[in-house]
Design a protein. Structure first.
Length: 330
């Protein structure tokens, strides 16, 4: 059984992710040498931001939080509490450089879909984006909230079940189910569709639930390995940079026709830019590590070649894989 889940921007966890990465982007835009590691959590009227920062940048973090939540469709009043502690450079180089322990990074790509993603994840993303497009651009869907999630399961190549949980205001549940099923049928004609199967969901989001950043680690869906992309960390963190580099390596092998599916595992030692260990296996379990240039996996490549304003938030919005415009997907 394979499965994948995609959260909409107003989901409490996703909203916290977007706030965390927006703060990271703003620090890096104002000071490219910024190092930071922060967490965002809260809901039900309050949002907490705490972490360590080494940066010369200075801006109104609370105002940025409100703008980010508004753009995500989370319009309920929230009071932000910000505790970002400035630490000296020597402390930053030790505590924000990743870890005192080895870091493992995972990347995957396959030829199942045009975005080189497993079919369940590809479909979950398309449905979630279609729902968000309806919310933002179709007046007839005024009732649709920004908090929701889509889960797709499949036993074989085609999905067998699609679960959707979403807030819908005062729109009657049967009407919601009928309209959403009509939309989803554009993507799958055979899957069983379940919408809010536990009953009406008038209001969710950070107004009615709590969330936290960094909870989602099923970047490629199950049963593939979890991926820690360190939401709230700068682009030099080996977990974040390593995950992006590993995806680029796997993607390059599949695009070149050297494999139909590739799983890449990287191991970075503290203070070293290049991976100390590299493993890449194709769909038949064959070792194809020798086809990857280790130089392309250097952590500093992200800051040198890939960084642009807004990169972290863009990578967090719909996941860092399969999204056009992300440099490692090019």
């Amino acid at each position: 059984m394979r499965s994948a889940r995609m959260k909409l921007p107003g989901h409490p966890d996703k909203a916290c992710d977007l706030v965390a990465e927006a703060i990271v982007d703003e620090y890096l835009k104002r000071d490219p040498e910024s190092r930071l590691q922060l967490q965002v959590s809260g809901g039900r009227g309050a949002l907490f931001v705490n972490g360590d920062v080494f940066s010369t940048a200075d801006f109104d973090v609370a105002a940025l939080i409100q703008r980010t939540l508004g753009a995500a469709g989370s319009l309920q009043p929230l009071e932000p509490f910000v505790a970002l502690e400035q630490i000296p450079f020597d402390a930053a180089s030790r505590s924000l450089d990743g870890s005192t322990l080895p870091i493992m990074a995972v990347g995957y790509a396959c030829d199942e879909t045009s975005e080189f993603l497993p079919k369940p994840l590809y479909l979950a993303k398309r449905i979630a984006k279609a729902l968000e497009d309806k919310r933002r651009g179709d007046e007839a869907w005024f009732w649709l909230g920004s908090d929701g999630e889509v889960k797709v399961t499949a036993d074989g190549s085609e999905p067998d079940s699609i679960f959707i949980q979403i807030e819908h205001g005062t729109e009657p549940l049967e009407s919601v189910r009928q309209k959403i099923e009509g939309l989803v049928r554009e993507f799958s004609q055979t899957a069983k569709i379940r919408v809010n199967e536990f009953g009406p969901c008038e209001t969710r989001g950070l107004a009615g639930l709590t969330g936290a950043s960094g909870r989602e680690q099923s970047a490629y869906g199950l049963p593939l390995p979890a991926v820690d992309v360190r939401i709230g960390c700068d682009i030099r963190h080996p977990s974040k940079a390593g995950a992006w580099l590993a995806r680029a390596a796997a993607l390059g092998l599949v695009r070149s026709g050297r494999a139909r599916a590739v799983l890449v595992n990287l191991k970075y030692l503290p203070g070293e830019a290049r991976p100390a260990a590299l493993s890449a296996r194709d769909e038949k379990g064959r070792d194809i590590s020798g086809l990857i240039d280790r130089g392309s996996l250097a952590l500093d490549r992200v800051a040198k070649d890939w960084w642009r304003p807004g990169l972290n938030a863009d990578a967090a919005r719909w996941g860092f894989v399969g999204e056009a415009g992300l440099p490692w997907e090019a």
